[in-house]
Design a protein around this ligand. Structure first.
Ligand SMILES: *Cc1c(COP(=O)(O)O)cnc(C)c1O
Length: 356
């Protein structure tokens, strides 16, 4: 499909950030966005890169009432040689299709997803920060925009992409997080939408997150929705536990988000000489294995922070710690993954996707 470019008036261009060390996350947006529309009669049409501006939407739109919405998250990196690299964007394209299917939304063809992102990122290349750890965060989103209050799948959708220069997550070095194992609220159940990247999953998780914050925790670790016994995932991260060089993570049973970083960690860890295992992890066994020192490291994986070390884990009345500082494997995985993403380490996997 042809992607047109709506001119950006010079007086609409924003001043670029001056200080790359204080970008934060998702607070600044670039001058342009990508937008394509889908309707039952026309299918996908009117794909264009246009000036970033608010939508004018009917307050009755389905997305506002019944949360028919999905999104993605990936990053563009500016390499030292000036090239722009995306990390496994095909995985995001396919996951977006699976999320769309679950929410009864039209699939965005992989080519439209990738071409839209590439065209937008290419035009906005001056917005990609260059300091170590910084990147351009890419947020593809789809919303249901038919204005009708009857509960049904919309007949009209917007697929759009926003870009946000983001700062180094660990500007001051790795910060191990403290995590509360959530014992009453659940995030997802088998047959639900846990596997889809949809806003509703986040809306329903806010309460547990807020209560955990009040108790001094950074994040909550979700247990399975049926027995509240098996480890699932944390906020927007998949979880890993290292028994020495043996790495364990929860299986993708339908209620866990299939992270691109998760998949990359599993593949990378094998080449670093680790064994990996996807299996059910009982929370009682987990606590016992951390307490006894069998588990040597714990970390989360996700696009935003790549790898997040876990320092402390609390379940019911008990708290266990992972030992001092950042584990060897956690550090190695972080260094290698970010090294591949930024061109400092050779990509043996074919994960890097350059923007023309
Ligand atoms: C996006 C997300 C992740 C991480 O996925 P990545 O592709 O690695 O960024 C994990 N869990 C949830 C709930 C998510 O929404």
């Amino acid at each position: 499909m042809e992607i047109s470019v709506v001119p950006l008036p010079v007086d609409k261009m924003k001043a670029k950030f001056e200080d790359e060390s204080h970008l934060g996350f998702g607070k600044i947006f670039t001058d342009r966005m990508f937008l394509a529309e889908w309707s039952t009669d026309k299918g996908w049409h009117d794909a264009r890169v246009k000036p970033y501006e608010p939508f004018v939407l009917d307050p009755a739109c389905i997305v506002f009432h019944y949360a028919q919405e999905i999104f993605e998250g990936l990053k563009a990196y500016k390499w030292e040689d000036g090239r722009i690299a995306l990390f496994r964007p095909e995985m995001n394209a396919r996951r977006f299709q699976r999320s769309a299917d679950r929410l009864c939304m039209p699939e965005v063809p992989e080519e439209l997803f990738l071409n839209g992102i590439e065209k937008l990122v290419s035009l906005e290349r001056d917005w990609i920060p260059g300091m170590p750890g910084t990147s351009l965060y890419i947020r593809p989103t789809m919303i249901a925009v038919e204005p009708v209050l009857g509960v049904k799948a919309s007949a009209h959708y917007y697929f759009y992409v926003l870009l946000s220069p983001v700062g180094a997550y660990y500007a001051a070095g790795f910060n191990p997080v403290s995590i509360l194992v959530e014992d009453s609220y659940v995030r997802a159940t088998p047959g639900g939408t846990g596997e889809a990247k949809t806003g509703g999953n986040y809306a329903s998780s806010l309460k547990a997150g807020l209560e955990a914050k009040k108790k001094g925790f950074d994040q909550v670790l979700w247990l399975d929705g049926r027995e509240r016994r098996y480890i699932e995932e944390v906020g927007a991260m998949n979880m890993f536990f290292a028994y020495g060089d043996h790495i364990v993570t929860a299986p993708l049973g339908g209620s866990i988000l299939a992270g691109v970083t998760r998949d990359s960690v599993l593949k990378l860890a094998t080449t670093l000489g680790c064994t990996v295992e996807e299996r059910l992890i009982d929370v009682n066994e987990l606590m016992a294995d951390i307490r006894s020192g069998k588990i040597t490291e714990a970390f989360g994986s996700g696009t935003a922070a790549v790898i997040t070390p876990v320092g402390k884990l609390c379940y019911r009345e008990e708290c266990v710690s992972m030992g001092q500082g950042v584990g060897r494997l956690t550090q190695k995985l972080y260094d290698t993954l970010t090294g591949i993403q930024t061109g400092k380490i050779a990509d043996e996997f074919g994960w890097v996707h350059f923007v023309a």
